[in-house]
Design a protein around this ligand. Structure first.
Ligand SMILES: [Zn+2]
Length: 308
């Protein structure tokens, strides 16, 4: 049996073409794909057709079908996908309205943000910003104002958000950091990100009161810091308290509760003073009992040691 495609491609004879055309057997690839898309009838099938034949005379029909399917599905991804197929202005406006309706019902900062990201030039963008601002004021949290500010800095509501953030920032609390002692008695500090922070200050002091004379500090641009470069004996380094403040436009938040880095009790030389596991001996270099895992270390000069 001869397939229609072969018959079409193989025929060089005008008579043949005429005959096949009248029989309806001569079908172009485009016509065949259109027929297959209709048979399939899904959103994806029409989307694929449009991807291949955007300038085809059949594109308008495909777009109408796509719009119908998007409405049947009535989801954000379906409408967004429909818009990416570049429909004519009337359908574009209708799709944006349908999207807006879903976003309005969702009524979350993330939904408004996504709407503004995707439809910044839409006539509905102003309504989205207003609704988001109302939600932000109702929530009234620092996070809510910061998220709004990040996306709407240039708007009048953005200016209000900025004012609120400036007012609330100095009273923001930072979560207590975690401090972990390393083999070389350096301290690894990490803490939770504070939304809106541009940097952090790490304070350390041998006393939890952080008296001015004994408190030192350093700056961190991420949410961790390794403090291992301080020379001196373990007695001078430990125990040590660490606390974190976040910085935004040069203003510090309240400091966090401190964490404490200290050597553990040796239990008469039986316990590692870094982790508490079974000790294998005393290290004179660090003046601590250590376990097997903490026996090797690199000192401040980069020299590797095994001790004991
Ligand atoms: Zn240990």
């Amino acid at each position: 049996m001869v397939t229609p495609k072969l018959a079409c491609g193989a025929s060089r004879n005008l008579l043949w073409i005429g005959l096949l055309a009248t029989l309806g057997a001569c079908e172009s690839t485009e016509e065949r794909d259109w027929r297959l898309a209709q048979e399939d009838g899904s959103f994806g099938a029409f989307k694929r057709f449009l991807g291949r034949y955007r300038s085809s005379p059949l594109a308008a029909s495909a777009l109408r079908q796509l719009w119908q399917r998007a409405q049947d599905m009535n989801t954000l991804p379906a409408y967004e996908s429909f818009l990416r197929a570049d429909p004519e202005p009337r359908h574009r406006a209708l799709a944006e309205q349908a999207i807006w309706k879903i976003v309005e019902q969702t009524n979350s900062a993330n939904a408004y943000q996504e709407f503004l990201d995707e439809h910044a030039k839409s006539p509905l963008a102003a309504a989205a910003r207003d609704a988001w601002w109302q939600l932000t004021e109702r929530e009234g949290t620092m996070d809510a104002y910061l998220q709004f500010l990040e996306r709407n800095a240039g708007s009048p509501q953005g200016a209000k958000a900025s004012e609120v953030v400036r007012f609330l920032w100095p009273t923001t609390m930072v979560g207590r950091p975690t401090c972990t002692l390393a083999s070389n008695l350096a301290v690894d500090l990490s803490w939770s990100r504070v939304p809106g922070a541009q940097s952090y200050v790490v304070d350390w002091s041998p006393s939890p009161r952080f008296r001015k004379e004994t408190t030192q500090w350093t700056l961190a641009l991420s949410t961790w810091k390794k403090l291992g470069e301080r020379a001196g004996s373990p007695d001078a380094k430990l125990p040590m308290y660490y606390r974190i403040s976040a910085i935004r436009h040069g203003v510090r938040t309240l400091p966090s509760e401190p964490c404490l880095a200290r050597l553990l009790p040796s239990k008469h030389g039986t316990a590692c003073q870094i982790c508490g596991e079974k000790a294998i001996g005393y290290c004179h270099l660090r003046r601590t009992f250590v376990c097997r895992a903490h026996a090797t270390f690199t000192d401040e000069h980069g020299q590797r040691w095994r001790c004991p």
